[in-house]
Design a protein around this ligand. Sequence first.
Ligand code: NDP
Length: 327
Amino acid sequence: QKPTVVITGASSGLGLNAANSMAQSGDWHVVMACRDFAKAEKEARKLGMPKGSYTVMHLDLASLESVRQFVQNFKNSGRRLDALVCNAAVYLPTAKEPTFTADGFELSVGTNHLGHFLLANLLLEDLQKAPTNNPAGAPRCIIVGSITGNTNTVAGNVPPKADLGDLRGLRTGLDGRNASMIDGGEFDGAKAYKDSKVCNMLTMRQMHQRFHDSTGVTFASLYPGCIAETGLFRNHIGLFRTLFPPFQKYITKGYVSEVEAGRRLAQVVSDPSLNKSGVYWSWDNEKSSLWFDQVDGALENNVSKEVSDDAKGARLWDASLKLVGLE
Ligand code: NDP
């Protein structure tokens, strides 16, 4: 059996392009874990992903029951698990009111963080059991981060800034009765997304500290660059969607194409030289061409003050365990 990578949200943008890159390599079988089966299948065919190189499996991260069902279906499939990529996300910057997952959590944090938190915990034992003939060297769990959740950068300081505060909203269930934001503040869709990405990066660091030595699994996060044309911005206003790609291309120079971003993610999953655990990978766009897709060397980036706060990471871990029913 070929090494298997599970990629969530592989029906669009970064996840789809990483899935394509890994499937085309011939070294990997890709499980596309998606909420829209038909869309994933259509997109895979459109990109010419070889038949037999991928399997689409249903996963809706906005439902803990669906996450558990996915894990069961995956285990029943008898596939080995060499890499898990927690990539899917929703971004609701123009939402005036919070919306909620099937379990009643605010949708961005519920999907981007809590759904993935349960998934990664439930699949850890399968990663640990992966055979050793893996081209990456060791099993990996990659949780996609973001510069927007990284307040030690210019982009990460664009308001509203990520800030989990004392986690009082999360601890009271994030269900809109007491709070729909992790810090207990007023709902703000853009901030909820950024908070969720901070949770993703804190989770990666917690998993590294808790499980790397005992399981041998490599945990990492990355910021692949600003992929200004993905579906992530589908809920933004039209003018933003028109101006954002050229702004990122010519002003911030943070722009990266979907294809290149997909290759970067695939590199973090499979490149034997990127086997260090606990790392947040980034690329220096200034040194790469905006016009030709090039894979530059990945750099170990620094995380923001909040993401490096391990005590907060541990409190997030405990609160998340309770909410997803693992405690
Ligand atoms: P896209 O919107 O193109 O892709 C998001 C994917 O997540 C889609 O496949 C979507 O499914 C899936 N998804 C959303 N909700 C759920 C759910 N409930 N269950 C299962 N899947 C779901 O965005 P990107 O490719 O840009 O984003 C991918 C990752 O990259 C995210 O983690 C994002 O935070 C990160 N990122 C993006 C950047 C950018 O500039 N775009 C920059 C930095 C990080 P469907 O196709 O059905 O909608």
